[in-house]
Design a protein around this ligand. Structure first.
Ligand SMILES: Cc1cc2nc3c(=O)[nH]c(=O)nc-3n(C[C@H](O)[C@H](O)[C@H](O)COP(=O)(O)OP(=O)(O)OC[C@H]3O[C@@H](n4cnc5c(N)ncnc54)[C@H](O)[C@@H]3O)c2cc1C
Length: 424
């Protein structure tokens, strides 16, 4: 019998549906304990875990031990740094656990990295460099991490403040050791935000509009686009099918008839500039074949959260669909693309994916970030044969993309699943 506590079935898998096996799980409550555990077991492979919301199997063990950060939850009082605040946060603190006290005690501030999944941990976000939908304005997660504390594979604790070392550790998927604390940089929140959903009959029109939206306020230093996301018809159909089981979608009206693509955008800035900032978005939709009368717009905090939840729900719906397929056929796990093409045009990239998908006959959804043309194509296979063909398609896109200067694993990490795309 193993001398370690046995992991639960859930602790052996992540949101990709990939599952693994391990001799046991370690759950330290502080850094001293974590260092001792790592030192005592340094001959074993140790896989670190946040809340396993990762979608590439990065936290899924292949034997050895797991070490979770579930009890490493502390948030230090912030110190000021110019206009910003800096605060040490335990690796196991989740985004919602972080956001609640910020909204309550420092309502003018925010931590920009936002992979939309509120249960993701700060340690997991730092380990992957996850950025999410706000990156089109705020950029890389690295900008909002001032320092980390990390226990290396020999059980030694280090505080890393050197910018080059931080560049290496953030996004390295736990290879350098266990991140125990992250010194996060909170920045001033925009005074007001509009969240807007624009609907199109033609997905190419939607892609063109979404691209124009990114540059709409380039001449106004006070107003900026803080989210710009694309969802195709298959995504909207899947959301409709998901309505019955999704609380987030309960209050969301039906998508307008004839819609074949949606663009979700957020524009932010001083409250006095917000009314005039809505019009350029609506005009942009109209100029690209959208019907302005069918647009949705929200400005209250609750309203913005609600519209944002629609974008988040599509990721959840896909993961739920894959989890179901995985139950029927254990070889099926998530098949999602995370390829960023900073130099390319969204409409062109979308047309490429669409042509390949149409030729393959595989069922898919396409949604994701307009910034860097990082569309997360997800294939939803009905059996193992389709899964294997889908994986071949992913491999083709990754190979072609890398040859053309795209970044292959931009925000979700490589994990165990994306590594397969490079291996065969
Ligand atoms: C519905 C949904 C939507 C999502 N949307 C987005 C999105 O828009 N953008 C995006 O980027 N991601 C997204 N994600 C993916 C996921 O939420 C992020 O990757 C998140 O940062 C993972 O955090 P976690 O705590 O769950 O990490 P885990 O999944 O537990 O771990 C992820 C990786 O980090 C390592 N790790 C975790 N904690 C530590 C630590 N303390 N020290 C060292 N290594 C560690 C693990 O070993 C593993 O390799 C989404 C996920 C879901 C389920």
């Amino acid at each position: 019998m193993s001398r370690f506590p046995k992991p639960t079935i859930d602790q052996l898998r992540d949101e990709s549906s990939l599952s693994g096996h391990a001799e046991g799980i370690l759950n330290p409550t502080n850094e001293k304990e974590a260092a001792e555990m790592i030192r005592e077991n340094k001959d074993l492979e140790i896989r670190f875990q946040g809340t396993r919301t990762g979608i590439c199997g990065g936290s899924v063990p292949e034997g050895g031990l797991m070490l979770g950060t579930a009890f490493m939850k502390w948030v230090a009082d912030p110190e000021t740094d110019g206009d910003d605040l800096l605060s040490w946060v335990g690796a196991g603190v989740t985004l919602d656990q972080l956001e609640k006290p910020i909204r309550r005690n420092y309502p003018d501030y925010m931590w920009p990295p936002h992979p939309t999944e509120e249960t993701a941990t700060v340690g997991g976000i730092a380990a992957l460099g996850s950025k999410g939908i706000n990156a089109c304005h705020y950029g890389e997660t690295r900008k909002y991490i001032e320092a980390v504390k990390i226990i290396d594979r020999d059980g030694e604790l280090h505080e890393i403040t050197d910018p080059e070392e931080l560049d290496r550790v953030i996004g390295s998927e736990g290879k350098d050791g266990l991140i125990t604390q992250v010194k996060i940089r909170l920045v001033k929140k925009p005074e007001a935000t509009w969240a807007v959903a624009l609907f199109f009959e033609d997905e190419q029109d939607a892609a063109k509009c979404a691209t124009e939206i990114l540059g709409l306020f380039d001449n106004d230093p006070d107003v900026f686009i803080t989210a710009d996301e694309f969802l195709d018809k298959d995504s909207l159909d899947l959301l409709d099918a998901f309505r019955e089981v999704s609380e987030a979608l309960e209050q969301v009206p039906a998508f307008p008839e004839g819609t074949n693509a949606m663009v979700y955008a957020e524009v932010a800035g001083p409250a006095v500039k917000m009314m005039p900032s809505l019009m350029p978005l609506i005009q942009c939709a109209a100029a690209n074949g959208g019907d302005p009368d069918k647009s949705w717009a929200q400005m209250s905090e609750q309203g913005v959260d609600q519209l944002r939840a629609v974008r988040h729900a599509i990721s959840e719906a896909v993961n739920a669909k894959i989890a179901r397929a995985h139950q029927e056929e254990p070889g099926i796990v998530k098949l999602g693309l995370d390829l960023a093409w900073p130099e390319k045009d969204l409409a062109e990239i979308l047309a490429r994916y669409r042509a390949d998908l149409d030729a393959s006959g595989l069922r898919s959804v396409i949604f994701g970030h307009v910034y860097n043309c990082n569309l997360h194509v997800n294939i939803i296979p009905k059996d193992l044969e389709e899964y294997e063909r889908g994986e071949q398609l992913m491999r083709k896109w990754v190979t072609e993309g890398m040859a053309e200067g795209a970044r292959a694993f931009d925000e979700h990490g490589m994990g165990r699943l994306k590594k397969r795309l490079l291996e065969k």
